[in-house]
Design a protein around this ligand. Structure first.
Ligand SMILES: [Zn+2]
Ligand SMILES: [Zn+2]
Length: 338
């Protein structure tokens, strides 16, 4: 038996009780159509924290026990299963939350595989990237373009694709205004994709640090969401509003900012009451993105048009990174690395 080290979760529990254990475990062998990835880096996502703390236990997540979390993964191909011809040993690759889809249903056959009802999610249904090695399916593995740093590239595979999926649902361009609410890992990527459309981008956030990063990434202006006057000044001005903060207060601010006839796209749950019909507005929900969209994100990153902002931690310190995330003490996306 070949072994490896990984952060294993036996039973979900509050992160302060240290439910993740960095320990020796079995290194898996790739089956047909699969490959083994020697992990270089894995981003730390708030959804990892939800699963680890048991928020999704009633929905059957994690689906296996123990489980290795992590779904924004980069690394090198370490072994190939039968029938895998599109990758070679040593290739730089990445994996997003979509680990497997059925390839047969109406969604899989229309380029919307992220809606496949049988989708298997990396690090939730199968072991993910919080370890030294991980299995992937070749059909959902991506070549990482040369020139991209594999640690910085990891968040492209969740915040990157999520933000791209949101902005791709808009029809905006020069002369329009896009407001982005919630300037965490996804929001910072969305600011950049929105700017690439040519629209003006208003970044709305709570902390000076997040606003400063958003301006550095191309936001036209920043608005302090704790300042009611500043929010009132942008009411009804944005043709598109993007929201990434799971908070009723932020949802209300986002709707107040949306122009008549505008479109709000959300990547978090919304609680709505009294949504008006007489302003002709549209609400769309967005989850992840397709393989084609993921390849576009990687190309834009390789061309230098977008970038991630990361804070690095050794893989064995996943627990510490998650604790900082839970206390709101991270300045940017935490990325674990081997
Ligand atoms: Zn994620
Ligand atoms: Zn399907």
């Amino acid at each position: 038996m070949t072994s490896m080290y990984a952060n294993a979760l036996d039973t979900p529990a509050p992160i302060a009780t240290h439910p993740l254990q960095w320990r020796e475990t079995t290194r898996p062998d790739p089956g047909p159509g699969q490959l083994l990835i020697e992990v270089v880096a894995c981003g730390v996502c708030r959804s990892n924290l939800h699963m680890i703390e048991g928020d999704w236990a009633d929905d059957g997540i994690p689906a296996i026990h123990p489980i290795v979390p992590g779904h924004e993964v980069t690394g090198h191909v370490a072994a190939l299963g039968d029938g895998v011809t599109e990758f070679a040993l040593g290739d730089s690759v990445g994996v997003q939350p979509l680990w497997w889809t059925c390839e047969e249903c109406e969604y899989c056959t229309s380029g919307r595989e992220y809606l496949c009802h049988r989708r298997v999610i990396t690090g939730e249904h199968v072991d993910g990237g919080y370890g030294q090695f991980m299995l992937a399916t070749a059909a959902h593995t991506y070549a990482v373009p040369a020139g991209l740093d594999l640690i910085d590239a990891a968040p492209l595979f969740c915040p990157g694709i999520t933000a791209y999926g949101v902005v791709d649902k808009l029809d905006v361009g020069p002369g329009d205004t896009v407001a982005v609410f919630g300037l965490g890992g996804v929001g910072h990527m969305a600011v950049q994709f929105a700017r690439l459309t040519g629209a003006d981008v208003i970044a709305v956030g709570r902390t000076p640090e997040h606003l400063a990063v958003a301006l550095d990434l191309g936001a036209t202006r920043g608005v302090d969401s704790t300042d009611p006057d500043a929010l009132a000044a942008i009411a009804g001005t944005a043709q598109a509003v993007l929201t990434f903060a799971d908070s009723d207060a932020v949802t209300a601010q986002a709707l107040q900012t949306l122009a008549w006839g505008g479109t709000l796209v959300t990547a978090v749950p919304l609680n709505l009451t009294g949504f008006p019909f007489n302003q002709g507005q549209t609400i769309k929900a967005s989850i992840l993105g397709s393989r084609d969209q993921m390849r576009t994100v990687l190309r834009l990153a390789a061309e230098g048009k977008i970038r991630t902002v990361t804070e690095r931690f050794p893989m064995s310190e996943a627990d510490r990174a998650l604790d900082l995330l839970s206390r709101g003490a991270l300045r940017s996306r935490a990325v674990l690395h081997n």
